[in-house]
Write a protein of this length. Sequence first.
Length: 269
Amino acid sequence: MAEQSFKNNVVVLTGASVGIGREMALQLAAQGAKLVLAARNQVQLEELAEACRQRGGEVLVVPTDVSDQEQAKHLIEQAVAAYGRIDTLINNAGVSMWTYFEEVEDPNLMGEIMQVNYMGSVYCTYYALPYLKESKGRLVAISSLAGKNGVPTRSGYAASKHAMVGFFDTLRIELEGTGVSVSTIYPGFVLTEIRKRAYTGDGEPLGYEPVQEKGAMTAEECARLILPAVARRKRELIMTPRGKVGQWIKLIAPGLVDRIARNAIEKGR
């Protein structure tokens, strides 16, 4: 990818304050993007914005809870008011869970996860789409391998990511000929804060990292793989060899994929 693929590109990025989102923001800034950074934590957003400006990016901070439709609408309105257009929307905001379904004390927890991961993407996409059609822009969904396969302890998370995949796959077909590309990204295990903040059975955050660092991808590396795929308007990106092989195995031995998923969670990798 050319180092300036996103130069002067107006990028709205949700879930920007930590993890993969933060790394994407920093790398986009280094390319000279015009960033609109959204997340719930304003302090973290402001700190990130300063780091992005030091790397050459132009930045607008819009604290946003994407699960709230009016806040999502406000985010897009602020982006257009500031820059006059939207070239790329990266739906990255998300929450996770780390508990078996039978241990969930209130099933409404599943709805909370769906509201952020799925409906948050729907809301932002709904309000951004007219502007993306004007710019023939890029629409991006940061899903997960859990959006391809069920994963133990992640029932609500996997459901929300499957919903995202179905939604964006459908949009890709509907938007054919408009110039708007739809890219769906499938990270594997990435070292981010999302699992520490993942819901447990009582709805409280897990508070620790259950994944072994060895073999897990860093957020910096993950972002470095995502952005070239987005720049090329790639249909989808499965980010790990295990993920790619798993899709083929699933066609002929789905039970084996189930066992692999179970073992991965039990071993924390």
